[in-house]
Write a protein that binds this ligand. Structure first.
Ligand SMILES: *[C@@H]1O[C@H](CO)[C@@H](O)[C@H](O)[C@H]1NC(C)=O
Ligand SMILES: *[C@@H]1O[C@H](CO)[C@@H](O)[C@H](O)[C@H]1NC(C)=O
Length: 299
């Protein structure tokens, strides 16, 4: 008994502090937001592998196509011309590109790049982004960042989180100095990732992804500690069944309402990976309980 509980405690701590995380996006493997998040996850002690498109594939949704050989360099000159259909940073095999869509990149990460680093094991979690623009409501359907997360949750059955920031970057990975919005979004994304991991396995209900949107970085909302987290819906709920009861209501605010509120509020929607809308109440309730100590109510 005793050994058993010590072992489960160790595995819990192990996941929270050294989880296997596959990271992707749709803005491209060399985009700064992805790299700042990668740095933050590595600094937190996680075992991270990137598998993301060779260039900007924004708005490609759930498209998927066998990668084709490249003749030109990757975005921002981040890989040489004629580098083949997929490739890795020449000195860091944890950073990989795929000459295709975000979904294809996640598939490659799960089948090839991840197992090479993790001795054949699957990741604990898939994270996408932070995207260099918000992904709210209707945009969710076209977003490649969301497409990557949805593929992980629905097809590969690996819990996933899509992160997006209202402020765009379009900056190469080696930009110096790194603008603070990239660092703040990376820190916020790491905080939520760790909260989900600390809540224990299963990290999210089946067929659920989290759609997380950060508002703009302003003088009032300039540090990660300025922000608060609010449970939200992807789509407006006029005709939908009631949501989980929280903040004295059985209708959650939409993610658009949350990020547009006065104050520094991050929207955390419980997404349904089968149709990219809002997950049902029972699944919202599981996430509400897991994140209870960080969630707050809109004023
Ligand atoms: C490749 O990795 C090296 C070492 O970590 C780093 O200095 C370089 O900037 C990376 N380049 C790209 C495109 O990732
Ligand atoms: C990617 O392309 C879209 C248009 O297809 C554009 O709106 C966006 O700013 C680009 N993002 C980056 C990071 O270059």
């Amino acid at each position: 008994m005793r050994t058993h509980s010590v072992l489960s405690l160790l595995s819990l701590l192990g996941a929270a502090h050294g989880a296997r995380i596959l990271q992707s996006n749709d803005d491209g493997w060399a985009e700064l937001y992805l790299r700042s998040f990668n740095d933050a996850l590595n600094a937190a002690g996680h075992d991270v592998v990137v598998s993301a498109p060779a260039e900007n594939q924004s708005g490609t949704g759930s498209s998927d196509r066998e990668p084709e050989p490249r003749s030109t360099p990757c975005q921002y000159n981040s890989c040489p011309a004629n580098s083949g259909p997929v490739g890795s940073n020449s000195t860091n095999p944890r950073l990989n590109w795929v000459n295709s869509y975000p979904v294809t990149s996640v598939k490659y990460g799960l089948s090839t790049f991840g197992p090479q680093i993790w001795n054949g094991q699957a990741p604990d979690l898939v994270v996408a982004g932070p995207n260099t623009a918000s992904n709210l409501w209707l945009a969710v359907h076209f977003s490649g960042t969301v497409g990557a997360a949805v593929h992980a949750a629905r097809v590969a059955k690996i819990p996933s989180i899509a992160f997006s920031g209202a402020d765009g970057a379009e900056l190469p990975w080696n930009t110096s100095p790194v603008p603070s919005r990239s660092l703040v979004y990376a820190e916020l994304a790491t905080i939520l990732t760790e909260k989900v991991l600390e809540s224990g396995a299963p990290y999210l209900p089946e067929d659920v992804f989290l759609n997380v949107n950060f508002p703009s970085i302003t003088s009032e909302c300039s540090r990660a500690s300025d922000f608060q987290w609010v449970l939200s819906r992807v789509n407006p709920g006029f005709l939908s069944a009631p949501d989980v009861e929280t903040c004295g209501d059985d209708r959650l605010p939409t993610e658009t309402d949350v990020v547009n509120s006065d104050g520094c509020y991050v929207a955390v929607s419980v997404g349904d990976a089968t149709d990219k809308t809002t997950a049902p109440r029972e699944k919202q309730a599981v996430v509400l309980e897991k994140l209870a100590d960080v969630l707050t109510c809109l004023p």
